[in-house]
Write a protein that binds this ligand. Structure first.
Ligand SMILES: O=C(O)CCC(=O)C(=O)O
Ligand SMILES: [Fe+2]
Length: 321
């Protein structure tokens, strides 16, 4: 396949329509790829014939940690913790879902680079998170080489705070510090998505975009693109659970960083130290096949150096210090 834009995920590429026929996709993969390209998300049945048993074991294992009484339908389920990050470290079923080979292979085909899971989140109830793009937490250079896979661990009702999304919002600009006019490096924040909330809300208004909700069946999954706006709807019935697992994936040969604490044009990046869940090996930050070293803040004068020879070469040089 001749792809003049290898630094753009295949399903996000403007060249996707001409590249897709040569990818050797099955009919189902083709459907998922075109849904992602058009809408920024795609729904599929999770490819694991053990999924029912895994879900049951995970719920039993995690419920006490969330203070959820699985056997009392009338109890308020929203009083305890609402999420556990990286339960894959102690729960083999959470790990198996994150490292599912079918998903890894599929993502590799859709993005054109090998994928790896690096974080899990397990939720017993709705998150009620405002609309956000995961690029605010997990950016990459080149951009968009990140996605989330959300798995329904029960049938989800409209009153349980279902996942919502803004179809097509992955094509809107990636809101970054330069656009919103703030510096990030060395900043302290409660949430990495706070600085971008007003801009996302304004974009949603400007586009007149209506949210869709994912009233999922148990065992269904939804893949979202890095820049798709999504969140958790209001949970109106606190007696309900909304068991779900999100696994976040990155792709090989990228720089992985958090924009809220970075100033990209100055080469000051809050780099991530990632471990891939599937093989528990480190995935160093890479730029065009070479490792990138972590660097100290470069200047306190506020003056940026002038890029020579193109921003990408300049950034690579700065990062390799
Ligand atoms: O499950 C939800 O309500 C949203 C989760 C989410 O946004 C995420 O994990 O990135
Ligand atoms: Fe998210």
């Amino acid at each position: 396949m001749n792809n003049p834009l290898p630094g753009v995920p295949l399903i996000e590429s403007p060249l996707f329509p001409s590249l897709a026929p040569s990818l050797g996709l099955t009919a189902e993969e083709w459907r998922i790829a075109t849904d992602l390209h058009r809408d920024g998300f795609a729904v599929l049945d999770f490819p694991d014939d053990q999924i029912g048993a895994r879900i049951e074991r995970i719920r039993r294992n995690l419920a006490p940690r969330f203070g959820v009484d699985l056997d009392n339908p009338e109890a308020d389920k929203t009083t305890g913790e609402r999420r556990i990050q990286d339960a894959w470290k102690f729960d083999d079923d959470v790990r198996a879902i994150a490292a599912n080979d079918g998903i890894l292979d599929l993502l590799g085909k859709l993005y054109g680079r090998r994928s790896f899971p690096f974080q899990t989140l397990n939720f017993p109830v709705g998150t009620q998170q405002d609309a956000h793009a995961d690029t605010a937490h997990f950016s990459s250079i080149p951009e968009r080489f990140m996605c989330g896979v959300w798995l329904a661990m029960e049938d989800i009702s409209a009153q349980a705070g279902p996942l919502f999304y803004l179809a097509g919002s992955h094509r809107w600009p990636i809101v970054n510090n330069t656009m919103v006019g703030r510096r990030g490096f060395g900043n302290a924040l409660n949430s990495a998505q706070d600085p971008y909330g007003p801009a996302w809300a304004a974009l949603q208004n400007a586009h007149g975009a209506e949210a869709g909700t994912f009233l999922a069946r148990k065992g269904q999954a939804l893949i979202w693109c890095a820049n798709l706006l999504h969140g958790g709807s209001l949970q109106t019935d606190p007696r309900l659970t909304r068991w779900s697992q999100v696994t976040h994936y990155y792709f090989d040969d990228c720089i992985y960083y958090t924009p809220a604490f970075s100033d990209e044009p100055l080469g000051r990046l809050d780099l991530r130290n990632l471990i891939a869940i599937n093989d528990e090996r480190a995935r160093p930050n890479m730029y065009l096949g070479e490792p990138v070293e972590r660097h100290a803040p470069v200047s306190n004068t506020g003056h940026a150096e002038k890029p020579r020879g193109g921003i990408a070469r300049w950034l690579a040089k700065r990062l390799s210090r």
